[in-house]
Every structure is written in structure tokens, then in C-alpha cells.
Design a protein around this ligand. Structure first.
Ligand SMILES: Nc1ncnc2c1ncn2[C@@H]1O[C@H](COP(=O)(O)OP(=O)(O)OP(=O)(O)O)[C@@H](O)[C@H]1O
Ligand SMILES: [Mg+2]
Length: 238
């Protein structure tokens, strides 16, 4: 069976500048792959390029074996790729219920929508009790959960998250990574970018190190956690 996501020599950039170069990577169903790297390494550009928000310059993107690098973001969404950007993307002045419905705008069948909504609310009871509340009044971590919940209404096969733990209190960080693991256990392929390296890798199956727009190292997450160089450069261990 083909990988959910397969990148072959992928490259993307702004204007004349190639930021991402020659990236080859696979993410399988039921697998979390986390990309780590310093500020400015190109992690966000990789995800934004995959979602066609940054012009693709080279290589191929295959979703379940089908080339999708020519598709615009809205088509990628309906093809099964969900993207949660680094900066919050909820609508603060809309209620939680309205935010959820916005995430499901491509789901035409009301029966399917109701079924998915029920499933998502079972997964996120914290949202269930507060559907009428303004989303902007939730804590940062709760807003992240809402973003994740919202993408699930599309029933994506691949979920891309750009620094889901950024700015969150440690307990909330754990909750967010627990949720990401739940997605994995439901069979989703997850491609995540994180600076919270130790916790993110602990939650992941495989990891990749990005330097200057290229992947330098791809390995089992537990091998990366134990790697002296990775620890020194990315986990602040002296
Ligand atoms: N809109 C843009 N136009 C031109 N260059 C950009 C743009 N956005 C980012 N860049 C450049 O692309 C490079 C990679 O940036 P990117 O945001 O992908 O890094 P990152 O690894 O996500 O960093 P961080 O950890 O700080 O989020 C940087 O050199 C940055 O200056
Ligand atoms: Mg970034």
C-alpha cells in the first residue's frame, strides 16, 4: 500500500529564493512524524509549501499514491489534507459551534456531518459543554483543541500541525500531544513541526531534523532522543 504522504525531492520558496530543497519523506497511516529544527530552518515553509501556500519549485507530492502538487489549498483540503498553521486560526468572535461548522463547509451530506460532529464532540467533551461560547474566550490550549477538532470534521487522511504546543502551559502541552496521539491511533497520518523537541519526539514514531531547508536526518523518534548531537543542538543538553 502507498504511504499516505510521500515527498520526492520536494522544494518550495518565496520569490526567487528556494527555501525548501530536495526533501524526501514518507508519512504512513497511523504514524506521527515530527520535523524539528532551529528558528528559520524552514519548517513552516515545508508545511505551507505542502499545502500550496508557498510556491512549489521542485519534486512531487503524492497523497495515497496520487500526485497532488498541482492542487490549490482548497482542493488539497477536500483531497484529505488538513493543515493547522503556527498562528492561531480560530475565529475568536464566533462561537465554538460556529467555528466547528466553518471547518466542515465542504461536507455536503447533513447525515455525515451530524455523525462526524457527534464523534468529534465525544473526543473533545471540553467543547461539547461550551458550544455556544465565543471561541476567543477559551484558553490557548483549548483553542488549539478546537482547531484540531475542526479539522477532524473533514475526516482528513493527513493532518499537518505547525508547532501545536507553542505558547502553552506544560500541562496543556501534554494534553495536545495526547490528542495528536489519539489521531494517530485512529489511523491518521500526522506530520508535525515542533520546537518542544523532547516532548514532541516522545509522542512521535519518527522524527526528522531540518537544517537550512533540507532534512539532514530521518530516524525513529527514540533514536533521535538518544542521539548526542540532536540532544546538544535541539534539546539544550550540554
Ligand atoms: N513570506 C515570506 N517571504 C520571504 N521569506 C520568508 C517568508 N516567510 C518565511 N521566509 C523565510 O523562510 C525561511 C524559513 O522560514 P520558516 O518560517 O519556514 O522557518 P521555521 O523553521 O518555521 O522557523 P520558526 O521556528 O521560527 O517558526 C526564513 O529564512 C524566513 O526568513
Ligand atoms: Mg515556523
Amino acid at each position: 500500500m502507498s504511504a499516505t504522504l510521500r515527498l520526492e525531492n520536494f522544494g518550495a520558496g518565496y520569490g526567487a529564493r528556494l527555501i525548501i530543497e530536495d526533501v524526501s519523506l514518507e508519512v504512513n497511516a497511523g504514524e506521527i512524524v515530527t520535523v524539528i529544527g532551529h528558528n528559520g530552518a524552514g519548517k513552516s515553509t515545508l508545511l505551507r509549501g505542502l499545502f500550496n501556500l508557498v510556491p512549489i519549485r521542485q519534486g512531487r507530492v503524492l497523497l495515497k499514491g496520487q500526485p497532488v502538487e498541482h492542487l490549490a489549498s482548497d482542493r488539497l483540503l477536500t483531497a484529505g489534507i488538513a493543515f493547522i498553521p503556527q498562528h492561531r486560526s480560530i475565529f475568536p468572535r464566533l462561537t465554538i459551534a460556529e467555528n466547528l461548522r466553518m471547518g466542515a463547509y465542504t461536507v455536503r451530506d447533513p447525515g455525515i456531518l451530524a455523525e462526524r460532529m457527534a464523534g468529534v464532540l465525544r473526543l473533545f467533551p471540553i467543547l461539547q459543554n461550551r458550544l455556544g461560547q465565543l471561541a476567543g474566550l477559551m484558553s490557548g490550549g483549548e483553542q488549539r483543541m478546537l482547531e484540531i477538532a475542526r479539522t477532524l470534521l473533514q475526516d482528513p487522511s493527513l493532518i499537518m500541525l505547525d508547532e501545536p504546543s507553542i505558547g502553552l502551559a506544560p500541562r496543556m502541552v501534554d494534553t495536545v500531544f495526547d490528542t495528536v496521539r489519539l489521531l494517530r491511533d485512529q489511523g491518521k497520518a500526522v506530520l508535525m513541526v515542533e520546537q518542544n523537541v523532547r516532548k514532541a519526539l516522545s509522542a512521535s514514531d519518527r522524527g526528522a531534523v531540518m537544517e537550512l531547508g533540507s532534512l539532514r536526518l530521518i530516524d525513529q523518534a527514540r533514536h533521535l532522543i538518544d542521539d548526542e548531537r540532536v540532544a546538544r543542538l535541539y534539546m539544550g543538553r550540554r
